[in-house]
Design a binder for this molecule. Structure first.
Ligand code: GDP
Length: 356
C-alpha cells in the first residue's frame, strides 16, 4: 500500500519560535541537499524521507523505522495553522499531525493551551518541541543531538532542564495527556513526546523529526493510504496574482487534481462549482528568469501537495473552504452530495473557530 505524505502543522504561542524553528528545519534539510533537500510548494515545504534520514542519522532506525515508509513530510508554512488544524474535514482534521512549540523558560502559555485543546478536539496527534533550550541558564552547546547534549550539561543545568520538562508534563496532564521527555517514552501511542530543541543552534531537530516520522509511520498508516479518484483539499487563501486574476492557494490532502477538473468550494452563502483553469507550482529559483515568472503550469498534482489553482469563479471563496473534485460521470446526485458536504464542513469550521 502506498502512503501519501502527512500534512504537518506548527502551533504555539506567539514568540515561542514557530517561524524560527521552521526556518531552521528547512535550513538543516537544505544542508542535506545531496539526498534531495526540500521542495518548495505554495504554502508548504516538502521534506523527502531520504533527507529526513540524512538529518536524523542513526536515530532513524531507533525511532522511525517502518515497513511502510511515508514519502516524506509536507509542512504547512503559512500562518493561520490553528484554523487549519481546526477545520473539521472528513477524517477529523485537515492536519495529520502537529508540532506544538513552547518556550522552555515560559512553559505553556495561553495560546499553547488553546492549540492543544483544538488538537484534542480534532484528535490530531502531536509532539511538543520545547524550544530555546540554548537559553536555559548555563546551557552549553556540544552536539546536534539533544540526547547527547543534555547529558553533557552540568548537574545543575540537567536538573533545571528536568524541572522545566516536568512543568510541561504537569500542564499536559491537566489537559488530559500523559507525557514524558521523548527519551523516557516507552509507548508513543500512549504518551506525548516532549523534545527539547533550539531553533537557534538546531540541537534536537534530528530527534524532533525522527519522533514525528515515527509517529506517522507507525500509527497513521490507514489514514495516509492513497486514494485514487476522490481528490479533496483545502483553500488556504484567495489572492489576486498579477496576470492570473483571482487564484487559490490550496493544500491537496488526498487524490489527484487535474487541469479541467470540476471543483466544489465554499463562498459565504453557498457552495459553488467551478472548473480548474490552471494548476501552478512554484518554479525552482534557477529556472526563474523574471520575478513575475514565478509559477510553472502542470497538468496534474497528487496529494499531499501545496499549489495554486486558477479558475473563473474564485472571487469570494472563503479561506479555509474545503475543496472537492466533482466527477461529472456520477451525475447530479453526487454534485448535491458534495455541495452539502462542503456547506456542512465550512459551517462547522466557522462556528468552531469563532467559539474557540
Ligand atoms: P513565533 O512568533 O512563534 O513564530 O516566534 P519567532 O520564530 O518569531 O521567534 C520569536 C523570537 O524568539 C525571535 O526573536 C527569535 O529569534 C527568538 N528565538 C526563536 N527560537 C529561538 C531559540 O531556539 N533560541 C533563542 N535564543 N532564541 C530563539
Amino acid at each position: 500500500m502506498e502512503l501519501r505524505q502527512p500534512v504537518v502543522v506548527v502551533l504555539g504561542h506567539a514568540d515561542s519560535g514557530k517561524t524560527s524553528l521552521l526556518d531552521k528545519i528547512r535550513g538543516t534539510a537544505v544542508q542535506a541537499r545531496e539526498v534531495g533537500g526540500i521542495t518548495q510548494h505554495i504554502g508548504a515545504s516538502f521534506f523527502p524521507i531520504d533527507t529526513i534520514k540524512e538529518v536524523t542519522g542513526p536515530l532513524y532506525d531507533r525511532l522511525a523505522k517502518s515497513e511502510t515508509p511515508i514519502p516524506g513530510l509536507l509542512v504547512i508554512d503559512t500562518p493561520g495553522h490553528e484554523v487549519f488544524a481546526n477545520l473539521r474535514m472528513r477524517g477529523g482534521s485537515a492536519a495529520d499531525i502537529a508540532i506544538v512549540v513552547a518556550d522552555v523558560n515560559k512553559g505553556f502559555e495561553a495560546q499553547t493551551i488553546e492549540s492543544i485543546e483544538i488538537l484534542k478536539k480534532r484528535r490530531v496527534p502531536f509532539v511538543v518541541a520545547l524550544n530555546k533550550v540554548d537559553r536555559v541558564t548555563g546551557w552549553r552547546p556540544f552536539s546536534r543531538f539533544i540526547s547527547e547534549e543534555a547529558k553533557k550539561q552540568s548537574a545543575d543545568v540537567q536538573t533545571m532542564l528536568d524541572e522545566k520538562i516536568y512543568t510541561v508534563v504537569g500542564s499536559l496532564s491537566r489537559l488530559g495527556f500523559p507525557s514524558e521527555a521523548f527519551w523516557r517514552v516507552k509507548d508513543f501511542t500512549k504518551e506525548i513526546a516532549i523534545v527539547p530543541v533550539s531553533a537557534r543552534t538546531g540541537v534536537g531537530i534530528p530527534e524532533l523529526l525522527a519522533v514525528l516520522v515515527g509517529l506517522t509511520q507507525q500509527f497513521m498508516g490507514k489514514r495516509l493510504e492513497r486514494h485514487e479518484g476522490a481528490a479533496r483539499g483545502l483553500v488556504l487563501e484567495i489572492n489576486e496574482e498579477p496576470g492570473l486574476g483571482p487564484s487559490a492557494n490550496i493544500i491537496l490532502l488526498d487524490g489527484t487534481l487535474k487541469q479541467g477538473d470540476s471543483i466544489i468550494v465554499a463562498k459565504r452563502d453557498s457552495a459553488v462549482q467551478t472548473r480548474v483553469k490552471a494548476l501552478l507550482l512554484p518554479k525552482p529559483l534557477d529556472e526563474m528568469r523574471d520575478p513575475r515568472d514565478k509559477f510553472k503550469p502542470v497538468s496534474e498534482v497528487t496529494a499531499a501537495a501545496g499549489l495554486k489553482v486558477t479558475s473563473p469563479d474564485l472571487e469570494g471563496v472563503l479561506a479555509g473552504s474545503p475543496l472537492y473534485v466533482f466527477d461529472k460521470a456520477k451525475g447530479e446526485d453526487e454534485l448535491e452530495r458534495l455541495r452539502s458536504i462542503v456547506e456542512g464542513e465550512i459551517k462547522n469550521a466557522i462556528v468552531s473557530t469563532e467559539t474557540s
